[in-house]
Design a protein around this ligand. Structure first.
Ligand code: SF4
Length: 313
């Protein structure tokens, strides 16, 4: 993209790592919920659904700038709130006929609120995959995170989205239960995913960012960060309890790493379920053995963020 002249457009500030090469199109700005205690993504942005004309102009501009696009990602956090989404997707498909994939973020509550006919129309227009933040399947943890949806709603939303024909990618936030609830967080998150069904599971590790409501709770001693060893045990318990067919689990984020000094001793796990389950558990077990036996100080993304080594997540 050319910087410093008019050859740009309003594109989303966030996208999943696997959409790094995608053309980004912004349908909405910000998050209509914006209350999750751990999230700093859109706190400074007033939520807005963009006018159809504005989005169409952005799409045409993106075409002019990028030419062909293999994959397209739509922001911001909850595009299913946009009433004109079927028309927008159809226009994107018409403008980028070669695109192999069009995907978007979505909130569970909005999926539940939308009629099946609307979801089907969006899917038929050409949106293939939606990314949903589950964060946790544990009712107490979801409540504390102020996620705005309970486990039953998460299950229903996942089932409804898959029934409408979408591929569903769920995000799970390792460490979300804190030191006190890591076991319940792990087992209940697996339980929700087993019931909802998932095509992808993406692990993120809770990294408490400055200025978030959770940061304030941390300061007041109302939340305790799960230590690295327990986090590994949480991942292990979570994976052990997963019972899914045809699902890919990814740890495609830096927050999942563990460090000893300058060395990364754990990069997370990735693989297909159920076929790679044992292999992934072996990787976690190896990391647990290392942490328990090495005697080294193990750091996670929270420490590195607070030391200023990780500045942007
Ligand atoms: S986690 Fe998602 S739903 Fe929650 S405030 Fe952030 S963008 Fe909105």
């Amino acid at each position: 993209m050319m910087i410093g002249n008019l050859n740009t457009y309003d594109y989303p500030p966030f996208r999943p790592p696997n959409e790094a090469s995608s053309t980004l199109i912004r349908i909405t700005r910000g998050c209509p919920w914006n209350r999750c205690t751990f999230c700093a993504m859109y706190k400074q942005i007033k939520f807005k659904t963009k006018a159809l004309k504005e989005v169409r102009n952005d799409v045409l501009k993106a075409r002019e700038i990028y030419g062909v696009s293999d994959t397209i990602f739509l922001g911001d956090s909850d595009n299913l709130v946009h009433k004109a989404l079927p028309e927008i997707i159809a226009f994107i498909r018409e403008t980028f006929p070669e695109a192999r994939r069009v995907t978007s973020y979505a909130r569970a509550k909005t999926i539940l609120y939308r009629k099946m006919e609307f979801l089907t129309a969006v899917r038929k227009a050409g949106l293939e995959r939606i990314h949903i933040g589950l964060e946790s399947g544990d009712a107490v943890t979801l409540e504390k995170l102020c996620k705005g949806a309970n486990p039953q709603e998460m299950i229903k939303a996942g089932q409804k989205a898959r029934k409408a024909g979408f591929e569903v990618s769920f995000y799970v936030l390792i460490g979300a239960g804190g030191k006190e609830r890591w076991k319940e967080h792990a087992t209940n998150s697996a339980k929700v995913l087993n019931a909802a069904g998932a095509d992808f599971i993406r692990l993120r590790t809770l990294t408490i960012q400055h200025g978030t409501p959770l940061d304030k709770k941390l300061e007041k001693g109302e939340f305790t960060i799960t230590p690295p060893l327990e986090k590994l045990k949480e991942v292990k318990l979570f994976v052990e309890n997963l019972d899914l067919e045809d699902c890919f689990l990814a740890s495609d984020h830096l927050t999942n790493y563990l460090w000893a000094g300058n060395s990364i001793i754990y990069r997370g796990i990735a693989g297909s379920l159920p076929s790679d389950k044992d292999k992934m558990l072996q990787t976690v077990n190896k990391a647990i053995d290392f942490v328990e036996s090495s005697g080294l100080v193990i750091k996670d993304s929270n420490q590195l963020y607070r030391e200023g080594i990780i500045s942007y997540l």
